[in-house]
Design a protein around this ligand. Structure first.
Ligand code: PMP
Ligand code: GLN
Length: 378
């Protein structure tokens, strides 16, 4: 069989999690929380399982959950979205795959900003599209607006952005947002996927500049989100796509044949759970405490911190410590010091090593402090 994605192997998240387990390391590599979910959410799931909500859900999602999401979008961004524009998917991963599949045809070019989340490029290639990788610029990984403008041509169909950004922890600024709005106006045939799975995890009182606010949002924008990230349940694989109704119709056709529908009792539980806004508005505050605990725990270490404006990832530079490449460094830390992280070079198409590792601080404060003790000794 000829592979359609010959350059894709086992994901770095799987590799590092396995290595971490083998060496009894603290796993700050793959992005998942090590603390329990809100017991009220667990009780709701148990309630619906016992009540018998165990058969197929409606293909596009449970109406009550779609309504809950629409209310949340209204509450957070004052944007009215209809339930006909929301599709519940198996994680944001499926939302991304379906949204990409819906718009990308053979030979279409898709702009991807590196470092980028690992699922974008394979999804583009599996649809016959051509990923055009443009690096984020500078040591602060800012948006490369000039390079983006230069890259757009008659074959450019779609751009994928991600804010708050995995793996760098940066967020789109107000200026970036305005620039993006202008760019979308200049290119009326360009589609945009805005991957906003960390939408509620933004720090220091900053605004999450969402693609929901773009002037073309109703027609050419798809926002992808993840309940796994928002409610600390990555294993549930519950996400959704919000797109214009025309794009949504195509997303649903694809979703229909990828999974058909997703977990019924969890959809019921989430629909009820969304009724209290603090459940999603407090998430950023909680993670900010964990981010600050991580920063404090590595005070005095030889690693250099990069600013973290959102997500639950912290980048650390090890330039002062070793001249290994980042994969070797991540492996060395896991095997010799029992602390696992993710090397940043894997998020690039072109070989790029900026001597940075990504550490996930979605952890109990004791885990964070134990990790800090190890990192301070290196
Ligand atoms: N996009 C980004 C930027 C991510 O970090 C992740 C991983 N959580 C996903 C998409 C996929 O989300 P999910 O686990 O809901 O499929
Ligand atoms: N999104 C998670 C991360 O960035 C990993 C998801 C996965 O393992 N596929 O760490």
């Amino acid at each position: 069989m000829v592979s359609k994605i010959p350059n894709s192997g086992t994901s770095i998240f799987t590799i590092m999690s396995q290595m971490s387990a083998e060496h009894g390391a603290i796993n700050l590599a793959q992005g998942f929380p090590d603390f329990e979910l809100d017991p009220q959410l667990l009780d709701l799931v148990a309630h619906y399982v016992k009540k018998g909500a165990n058969q197929y859900a409606p293909m596009a999602g449970l109406p009550a959950l779609q309504k809950g999401i629409a209310a949340m979008v209204m509450d957070c961004y004052e944007r009215p979205v209809t339930t006909a524009s929301i599709t519940i998917t198996s994680g944001a991963t499926e939302a991304l795959y379906a949204a990409i599949t819906a718009v990308v045809n053979l030979g279409d070019e898709v702009l991807v900003l590196d470092p980028s989340y690992d699922s974008y490029r394979p999804a583009i290639q599996l649809n016959g599209g051509i990923p055009i990788s443009i690096p984020l610029e500078g040591t602060d990984f800012h948006m490369p607006w000039e390079a983006i403008r230069k890259a757009i041509n008659s074959k450019t169909k779609l751009m994928v952005i991600n804010t708050p950004h995995n793996p760098t922890g940066t967020t789109l600024s107000k200026n970036d947002f305005e620039e993006l709005n202008r760019l979308m106006k200049e290119h009326p045939n360009l589609y945009l996927i805005s991957d906003e799975v960390y939408e509620h995890i933004v720090y220091d009182g900053n605004t999450h500049w969402t693609a929901h606010w773009l002037d073309c949002a109703a027609k050419r924008v798809c926002v992808t989100n993840s309940f796994g990230k928002t409610f600390h349940a990555t294993g549930w694989k519950m996400g959704y796509a919000i797109a214009g109704e025309h794009w949504t119709n195509e997303i649903r056709k694809i979703h229909q044949f990828l999974t058909f529908s997703v977990n019924t009792p969890i959809q019921h539980a989430l629909a009820d759970y969304l009724s209290e806004a603090e459940r999603y508005t407090n998430i950023g505050k909680d993670y900010q405490l964990r981010r600050d605990a991580f920063v404090k725990a590595i005070e005095g270490s030889r690693f250099t911190l990069l600013p973290c404006q959102g997500t639950y990832f912290q980048l650390l530079s090890y330039k002062k410590i070793a001249d290994k490449n980042d994969k070797e460094m991540a492996e060395w830390l896991t095997v010799e010091h029992q602390i696992a992280s993710i090397p940043i070079s894997v998020f690039y198409d072109e070989p790029t090593d900026v001597s940075l590792l990504r550490f996930c601080f979605a952890k109990n404060v004791t885990t964070i402090q134990d990790a800090g003790k190890i990192l301070c000794k290196i």
